[in-house]
Ligand binder design. Structure first.
Ligand SMILES: [Zn+2]
Ligand SMILES: [Zn+2]
Length: 152
């Protein structure tokens, strides 16, 4: 349990669309629990990949989800292919609903100033040939630099 301070203001630009989240879950034939809908709506509204903590902060007022459930829902969304996760330099997983594809299908940008991770969905990850007998489990391509908010 962490200390509950006054809740911080909702980050700008995060307009939640629970109906869109519900539709995506319905398309999977998955049960649309409130936690799944809320978490997926938060991911869908974010232009960048979010850590557990980021998701927590963006949940609609009065829709708090305990930490265990939040972890479970994020892993479930990832397993369903509705989200993917990226590990940053700080080894914190960040989740994104964009792309809808498997992790590694696109490159990511990581800002070395603010730590923000953005999906670069227009860029596909090049096919990298492996030596005979090697098997890949995942491919991550991350471009590092400073984001538009930091280098201005
Ligand atoms: Zn930045
Ligand atoms: Zn991504």
């Amino acid at each position: 349990m962490h200390l509950q301070g006054p809740s911080p203001p909702r980050p700008r630009g995060a307009r939640l669309d629970p109906a869109a989240a519900q539709a995506l879950l319905a398309r999977r034939g998955a049960r649309a629990t409130r936690a799944r809908v809320d978490v997926l709506a938060v991911l869908l509204a974010a232009p960048e990949a979010l850590s557990h903590h980021d998701v927590e902060r963006r949940l609609p007022r009065g829709h708090d989800i305990d930490r265990v459930t939040l972890y479970r829902v994020l892993e479930w969304l990832t397993a369903q292919g509705l989200a993917h996760k990226v590990a940053a330099d700080d080894r914190v997983w960040r989740f994104s609903a964009t792309g809808g594809g498997a992790s590694g299908a696109h490159a990511h940008f990581q800002c070395s100033d603010c730590g923000r991770i953005v999906c670069l969905e227009q860029s596909t990850v090049p096919a990298i040939a492996l030596p005979a007998g090697f098997r890949r489990s995942e491919v991550e391509v991350t471009v590092k630099g400073t984001c538009d908010a930091c280098h201005g």
